[in-house]
Design a protein around this ligand. Sequence first.
Ligand code: NAD
Ligand code: UGA
Length: 470
Amino acid sequence: MKICCIGAGYVGGPTMAMIAKQCPDIPVHVVDLNQARIDAWNSEELPIYEPGLHEVVKEARGRNLTFSTQVDAAIEDSDMVFISVNTPTKTYGIGAGRAANLEFVEKCARQIARSSSGHKIVVEKSTLPVRTAQAVKRILSSEAKDLTFDVLSNPEFLAEGTAIDDLLDPDRVLIGGESQRAIDALSEIYARWIPRERILTTNLWSSELSKLTANAFLAQRVSSINAISALCEATGADVDEVARAIGTDSRIGPKFLKSSIGFGGSCFQKDILNLVYLCEHFGLPEVAAYWEQVVTMNDHQKQRFSERIVKTMFNTVSDKKIGVWGFAFKKDTNDTRESAAIYICRDLLRERARLTIYDPRVSEKQIRSDLTYACTDANGQISASDQEMIANNVTIARDGYEATSEAHAIAVLTEWNEFKELDFERVYQSMLRPAFLFDGRNLLDHDRLESIGFEVHAIGKSSQRRRAED
Ligand code: NAD
Ligand code: UGA
């Protein structure tokens, strides 16, 4: 058995590194068109930050794990080909802003057909709309000459920041397919380290749809608790207390009930929009509207947070320095795709605030590029004033202290553990008064901060003044 994986991103890299680690006798070749990304996988500076990933890669790389741009050769030489390329939301034409862009997946299928002979198992690892396997099968059978094949759906459920733990000890592995032999071949690989009872098999369409559904349910929980956070702020209830109270009901469970500035990441929004598009396509407008509301609520939560900052700071943040802690979409990753921080920073900049941003893992280049993208309109244009604002009103700090020195306010946008360890007396002494702190992740010890002198505003909690009035 030889494996090839097309796409060396956040999924292809870690999943293949784990398979190679657990199956030292199976050669695993990860290929990508992006030379810089492949070079990084072959270096000491991996292209993605993920706790524990470096150790796994180091163990297998050079033994049975290879990274290269030799896509055709790798496909030709393998028995099983994983497709792990990006499936972003379409930005043009039919379904723009909703449907998944399947251009990259289709190109992979065509390339597999061209570069293959004999028998291949083609595995969909990317997240795909239900019934994509039908298109993959048609392309393979119409383009390939000396090829027989089986198509499997094997969606990935890892979360960034915990990818290695998730891959080592997943709740389940899902394999959808038609050929029992192909399903068995893939199951055998996972069974090297995952108990058999956690390897679920279904038909192709259930597997494809289960991935979109899992992400929709997880995102829905976040939007549901965020909806309640707004009501908490208005009434004096505390969203963390409400989450604890409902989460102890075993039918609800405690996970994914942490209220925040809104979910980010490359997948939740794109996958729900994809689900919405599919529902509309299959003539189910009420179902589409139901799921779309999860995204609407998420946008509202981000906007609500920046508006709360402005309102609290006497209705203006113009020329005020706001120290921003965190820019990644969650802790323990350098990924900023769809991070709520991007939109909150953009909105504050448009209120003419001066932002000093610190994130332990996100580069200055990435932050500036994300803000530029967020200010770019559908025609690819960015106004001169937005450009100027990003150039002049954004400073990148080297640590949490530098970010908040002489600041009017702090905004906590990512829940990095290191923010909890800061010397808050020192932070407070370096700030202007009143020293506002907006905790968008309910990360910090608010009672302690208030006793130091900070004016704390947290998600789903009413302000100190309101509590005093009560
Ligand atoms: P990514 O953008 O990090 O990586 C995709 C890679 O594929 C890129 O490096 C790109 O250069 C490469 N690529 C695209 N077309 C190619 C081609 N024709 N030949 C060779 N390489 C090609 O994306 P990702 O975050 O790894 O996500 C990949 C898929 O997995 C998506 O469908 C996503 O929804 C899904 N997924 C992602 C996560 C996650 O945590 N990021 C988790 C589960 C599932
Ligand atoms: C998510 C899913 O958890 C994975 O199972 C899935 O494989 C992946 O999407 C995918 O398909 O890409 P990920 O986006 O990496 O993983 O990270 P999550 O831990 O799910 O967090 C997503 C966002 O929701 C983050 O911005 C996080 O801060 C936010 N979140 C999460 C909350 O605001 N509250 C919570 O209680 C949980």
